[in-house]
Design a protein around this ligand. Structure first.
Ligand code: CU
Length: 287
């Protein structure tokens, strides 16, 4: 099976995108998901990463560096433009990005206590400057991830999640991570998930959305997928961005996930219904 791009869904069953380009695996085309042994799904990785690797720890990766236009210091609740470039090994700003899921770059902000999640899409200027008006609502340290695909000098696609920490001065009162739960309420919807993530074994994770007690089976595509799952590890803010199977499965959104380590994670499941994007959040303890 040829992996053409970071978001190519391969095979009849499952394409797993783990680490949003840090690593990924594809399922054998002819293996029905219900009967396959998930541990036999072959992994395929690029950039020296292996299946299960997290990203988003560093300013630099694979010869590319995130360079902010100004130190990322914010005042709580005060909007401020945040601008940055992705600079290549040649010292020049990257201007070529490969579209993935309808965008050239996905920008995620989250506070170190795993609260305040934002998923945004900055604007790219011709000189390679990305910019976005950003409001960080409360004091603390915030991690800002830039998740994109670019090309190396040989023209090969390089998926990366680079990050920088921003500071918001003031009294930081970290929120306790909510207890692990399989149900979350958001915007009048109840969202549940089935499946148990395991370490180094690819497992299905299926999210269902309910409204007024009835299943919502006509979710809409958002950024070219029926759902997006960002998973952040508690303790080091390691970052995964996973995409689901191409089609809904009985109205549900099915992902494949291999956890990189035991620990606590916060999962952010985004879905669209009625033209609006909603986000359900779950804490999960992975053994
Ligand atoms: Cu995005």
């Amino acid at each position: 099976m040829v992996l053409k791009g970071p978001f190519v869904a391969a095979g009849l069953v499952a394409a797993l995108l783990l680490g949003f380009g840090i690593a990924r695996a594809t399922a054998p085309a002819a293996t029905p998901a219900a009967t396959s042994d998930p541990t036999t799904i072959p992994s395929h990785s690029h950039g020296g990463a292996v299946l299960g690797d997290l990203g988003g720890f560093s300013l630099s990766g694979a010869g590319f560096t995130l360079v902010p236009a100004a130190p990322p210091t914010f005042e709580a609740g005060v909007p401020r433009p945040f601008a940055f470039k992705i600079v290549g090994a040649d010292g020049r700003a990257v201007t070529k990005f490969v579209p993935n899921h309808d965008k050239l770059l996905h920008f995620i902000a989250i506070k170190h206590d795993l609260s305040g999640f934002q998923h945004r899409h900055p604007e790219l200027a011709a000189d390679g400057t990305w910019s976005i008006p950003l409001t960080l609502p409360s004091p603390g340290i915030w991690r800002l991830y830039s998740d994109f695909v670019t090309l190396d000098p040989a023209g090969q696609q390089v998926p990366l999640a680079l990050s920088i920490d921003a500071t918001v001065a003031g009294n930081y009162s970290p929120l306790a991570l909510p207890a692990a739960a399989r149900t979350a309420d958001v915007d009048g919807f109840t969202v549940t998930y089935e499946g148990t993530p395991k370490v180094n074994a690819t497992q299905p994770l299926t999210f269902r959305v309910f409204s007024g007690g009835s299943p919502v089976t006509d979710l809409e595509k958002y950024l070219a997928a029926y759902g997006h799952l960002v998973v952040i590890r508690d303790g080091d803010l390691g970052y995964l961005h996973v995409h689901p199977e191409d089609q809904l499965v009985g109205g549900a959104v099915k992902f494949w996930l291999s956890a990189p380590s035991p620990g606590r994670y916060r999962m952010f499941f985004e879905f669209q219904k009625g033209g609006a994007v909603h986000r359900a959040e779950f804490t999960v303890d992975i053994q």
